[in-house]
Design a protein around this ligand. Structure first.
Ligand SMILES: Cc1cc2nc3c(=O)[nH]c(=O)nc-3n(C[C@H](O)[C@H](O)[C@H](O)COP(=O)(O)O)c2cc1C
Length: 511
């Protein structure tokens, strides 16, 4: 080995060590903190993109939940850069199935304050002013403690809410002071007896936290409707086990069905009891719609019991998860557009819409997603994966292994420690602020001062190369109370068959 070569080798080693030290100390890039030196490959490829990045690290990006444009918008907004794009779209906006919003010839200036929505019906004593965009349910367990902290601190700074997910109310949710929607699933974590039953006393105590603004019962989730939450064994650390009240290191599976209700009436009565136990905070439930008849059965139960949930969150089958069987992710449950319009129309038709707010989740990532969901019947939206990306998620899609390269979905303290809470919470706040501002701006472009001014005529779908139709024309929109007065033919069979006393399976149709 020549002397020059040896010097070169030593020089390279010193430079690599210095770079590694820098990578470990810096706080902006979690991937570099977890993968010093080699992690730069990612950024190099990002610089050279799109072709090389696509070839090397995103070979399958077409199948990825969020496409490249949306991902860069999320990342850039989170970093406070701009979120605008030069040169025009690369999509074929004339293809059938493409949807677009109808701008006004006399657009408005956006209002000085972004709109919010009051959640809380007549039986609620502590209504909550909800942002148009919030952090969707993701548990501590699925997420690392630092990710939970960053989301909650972002929510606090930005004035929006974080849904705890079904994995219990942990100290990390409560540390930063951001608003919470406390979700309870069929495992009743943070409110369960030793035998796994719902424990009202624990529920009352936890719901009393000042930060808990709403309480929510999870019936189902779009990525895996019909099965309970799943936390792989690798992620059930002693701490997670303690929060949930389950054994360490064993796969934690929530039961598929709840034990607190079996019929629509029992569901509504249970939601009412959650509201009472929480001191009158808004109480509601989350579901991915399967059967329209079941939604109508719930409406009948509300009418019969005489009290209503304060909110219903509709999740689409396109929704995300930290762990679910692929068969469920792709083949069970209704997409958000379908489920949302069913819930909205059912409530309108049953004369119940006025006091029940509808939240929507399922690939909500940008301002147009918010506006589109408001038009389809939502009052506000929740986002899980885009919020994860604002905290640094790079869609490595290894959440279920506990080996998340950026510390978002891992319980490995070393990996999770790479996520800098101060930096990422700021990103979450910025992403939220820019996205809601964009939604508000878009509403003004459509001529709407407030969400209530939006209507189905403002969203159109391209049907063929020569034809587009608005949502007003494409779908049936029920009038207030229409189902109760006289159900239109298209709804009559389901409305008549729906019972407040049982969730009955759809009758099999002749083939
Ligand atoms: C990591 C992760 C964990 C989740 N955990 C829960 C949960 O505990 N409870 C729940 O109702 N939904 C859970 N979800 C679903 C989301 O709340 C949301 O409904 C769904 O992902 C759709 O939103 P998105 O498309 O913005 O991700 C989870 C999703 C992700 C990605």
């Amino acid at each position: 080995m020549t002397r020059g070569f040896r010097y070169g080798l030593v020089g390279t080693g010193v430079a690599a060590a210095a770079l590694a030290a820098h990578d470990l100390i810096q706080k902006k890039h979690s991937v570099l903190r977890n993968y010093p030196v080699v992690g730069h490959m990612r950024y190099l490829l990002e610089e050279l993109r799109p072709e090389l990045q696509q070839y090397f690290i995103e070979r399958n990006w077409d199948g990825r939940p969020f496409d490249r444009d949306i991902r860069s918008v999320i990342y850039e907004r989170a970093k406070g850069i701009h979120g605008e794009k030069a040169f025009g779209t690369e999509r074929d906006v004339s293809r059938s199935g493409h949807e677009y919003l109808v701008h006004s010839t006399t657009p408005l200036d956006p209002p000085p304050e972004v709109p919010r929505v009051m959640v809380g019906g007549p039986d609620c004593r502590q209504p909550y002013s909800m942002s148009l965009l919030n952090v969707s349910a993701m548990s501590f367990g699925a997420l690392s403690a630092n990710a939970v902290r960053a989301l909650n601190e972002g929510a606090r700074m930005g004035g929006f809410a974080q849904d705890t997910g079904e994995g219990g109310l942990s100290r990390y949710h409560l540390e930063k002071g951001g608003d919470l929607v406390w979700e309870v699933g069929s495992g009743y974590f943070s409110t369960r007896t030793e035998e796994g039953a719902f424990d009202p006393a624990q529920f009352r105590d936890n719901a009393a936290h000042e930060q808990v603004k709403c309480v929510s019962l999870k019936l189902s989730q779009g990525a895996k409707p019909g099965i309970g939450g799943v936390l792989p064994a690798a992620k059930v650390t002693p701490e997670i086990a303690a929060v949930r009240g389950v054994p360490v290191g064993e796969k934690c599976v929530s039961p598929a069905a709840h034990t607190v209700f079996a019929t629509p009436i029992e569901l509504i009565e249970f939601i009412a009891s959650m509201r009472e136990l929480s001191g009158g905070k808004p109480a509601g439930f989350k579901l991915c719609v399967g059967s329209r008849r079941d939604v109508l059965a719930i409406c009948k139960a509300i009418l019969e019991v005489g009290t209503a949930p304060d909110f219903i969150i509709v999740d689409g089958s396109e929704g995300g998860t930290a762990a679910a069987p692929l068969e469920y992710e792709d083949h069970v449950g209704r997409p958000l557009t379908d489920g949302l319009m069913i819930v909205h129309n059912a409530l309108v038709g049953a004369g119940l819409r006025e006091h029940i707010r509808i939240g929507a989740s399922g690939k909500v990532a940008a301002g147009n997603d918010i506006v589109k969901r408001l038009i389809q019947g939502a009052d506000y939206t929740n986002s899980a994966r885009a919020m994860m990306m604002a905290t640094g998620c790079i869609q490595a899609q290894v959440c279920h292994t506990g080996r998340c390269p950026v510390g978002v979905t891992t319980q490995d303290p070393r990996r999770a420690g790479a996520l800098d809470v101060a930096d990422k919470s700021l990103r979450v706040r910025r992403y939220h602020e820019a996205t809601v501002a964009q939604a508000t701006q878009m509403m003004a472009s459509l001529g709407a001062r407030r969400p209530e001014d939006l209507g189905p005529h403002l969203l159109r779908r391209t049907i063929s190369s020569r034809e587009t139709r608005s949502y007003a024309e494409l779908f049936e929109w029920l009038r207030p109370g229409e189902l109760v007065a006289e159900a239109p033919q298209s709804w009559a069979q389901d409305w008549q068959a729906a019972s407040a006393h049982s969730f009955v399976p759809e009758p099999s149709q002749p083939h």
